[in-house]
Design a protein around this ligand. Structure first.
Ligand SMILES: *Cc1c(COP(=O)(O)O)cnc(C)c1O
Length: 404
């Protein structure tokens, strides 16, 4: 039995009030809340074994190094990577993508093409634009339909021997669409292109098996899976990570340094210059442990129930339109009410203790596609409840009444 009451006890923040009302936190696609089990790991690190890793011979340094490397192995196991050196600790998805886009500058030339989906987060558009400016490569967009699904037949036509790289998010943060990444990857490989999948929005809802997917690069941020901010992962196949040059220069990433020449350290250290977010990395591992203790099958089934109920109840409100109605989607609902600005709705919901996101969700091209300034986005997590859906629906009705 899925016991959401028990799960909620793990999250101290969910007990607080906002504007005199119990907090209803529905901004999980922006960042997730942190359970006590992960908070304890963070406190334990600073109370008991805070030290720099890899460098010291002393006991604390050894302890910190061991815990950090154990976290890397947990992440490897979770995503079923073949080797732990294929897991690079980064500051998050944005950093992970920049390592790849920067590295590809040396592998791409004028006339080459990069394909990107129409429903990308800005962090998955801007680095590629920068890469294309530097290399004179061309950026092409895989379009989507009104439901928020990629047009796969257009994708087929865009692919050619000029295509060097395809990137796409696994799940759209603005629409909740689960993209058919297996098909995207297989087809890209058939023309010899590499694929980077942004898994930031997928990681809270499902487990990606990077070997089964045969994906070349996969990225996530720990703060969306109950971990801390400022830490994330870049998975890359060893052959690809070997080809990419390092991103940052500094300590930890070198084998030998003289003023004439520096040789780089082996993976994963080649991409991990400087002192990393040691505590964050360890807490990232703890966050995966926590989510696995609940179980991703249970999480997916429960969130699906929340999504169906919330969709059904919200659509009863006259004038409310949901953006992102793909058959295959996760628990994100982006909506507007006819004639009302999303910001005004969000502000009233906030007064009622309900946290939603309003705006373009770092995905302006999607808003341009629908010709809207933004949406109200309610994104549900495994610790939200059906009662909270009722509070949201009542809040939206109240906002509508106040604003019209
Ligand atoms: C959150 C998110 C990002 C950016 O993650 P950061 O942690 O801010 O680097 C990128 N892509 C998607 C789909 C996201 O949801």
């Amino acid at each position: 039995m899925y016991d959401v009451k028990k799960i909620r006890k793990d999250f101290p923040i969910l007990q607080r009030e906002v504007n005199g009302k119990p907090l209803v936190y529905l901004d999980n696609a922006a960042t997730s809340q942190t359970p006590q089990q992960v908070i304890d790991v963070i406190v334990d690190y600073y109370q008991n074994y805070n030290a720099n890793i890899h460098r010291g011979v002393h006991a604390l340094s050894q302890e910190a190094t061991d815990k950090y490397e154990q976290a890397r192995q947990k992440i490897q196991k979770h995503f079923n990577a073949a080797k732990s050196r294929e897991i690079i600790f980064t500051s998050g998805t944005t950093h992970s993508i920049n390592i790849v886009s920067n590295g590809f500058a040396s592998l791409i030339k004028k006339g080459d093409e990069i394909l990107v989906s129409a429903m990308e987060h800005h962090s998955n558009i801007v680095p590629w634009q920068m890469l294309c400016e530097r290399t004179d490569a061309t950026l092409r967009v895989i379009p989507m339909n009104q439901e928020g699904e990629l047009l796969m037949d257009v994708y087929d036509n865009l692919l050619s021997d000029k295509t060097k790289l395809v990137f796409c998010n696994h799940i759209s943060n603005a629409l909740g669409t689960i993209n058919p990444i297996e098909e995207i990857i297989t087809k890209a490989h058939s023309v010899g292109a590499a694929v980077l999948i942004d898994g930031a929005q997928a990681a809270p809802h499902l487990i990606a098996d990077v070997q089964k997917l045969d994906v070349d690069f996969y990225t996530i941020s720990a703060h969306k899976i109950c971990g801390p901010t400022g830490v994330g992962m870049l998975y890359g196949k060893e052959e690809w990570l070997g080809k990419l040059p390092p991103y940052h220069g500094g300590g930890e990433m070198i084998a030998e340094v003289t003023f004439e020449k520096t040789t780089y350290a082996d993976l994963p250290h080649k991409f991990e210059a400087g002192t990393p977010n040691i505590c964050g990395g360890i807490a990232f591992g703890a966050a995966l442990d926590y989510m696995n203790s609940i179980g991703f099958d249970s999480i997916a089934a429960y969130e699906h129930e929340l999504l169906s109920y919330a969709t059904k109840e919200l659509l009863k409100i006259e004038g409310l339109k949901i953006y992102g109605t793909a058959k295959n989607k996760t628990s994100v609902i982006s909506f507007n009410i006819k004639g009302l600005h999303p910001y005004d709705i969000g502000s009233i919901l906030d007064k009622l203790g309900i946290a939603v996101r309003t705006g373009h969700h770092c995905a302006q091209p999607i808003m341009d596609f629908y010709k809207i300034p933004g949406t109200v986005r309610a994104s549900f997590s495994f610790y939200n409840t059906l009662q909270e859906v009722d509070v949201l629906v009542a809040g939206v009705k109240r906002a509508k009444a106040m604003l019209t």
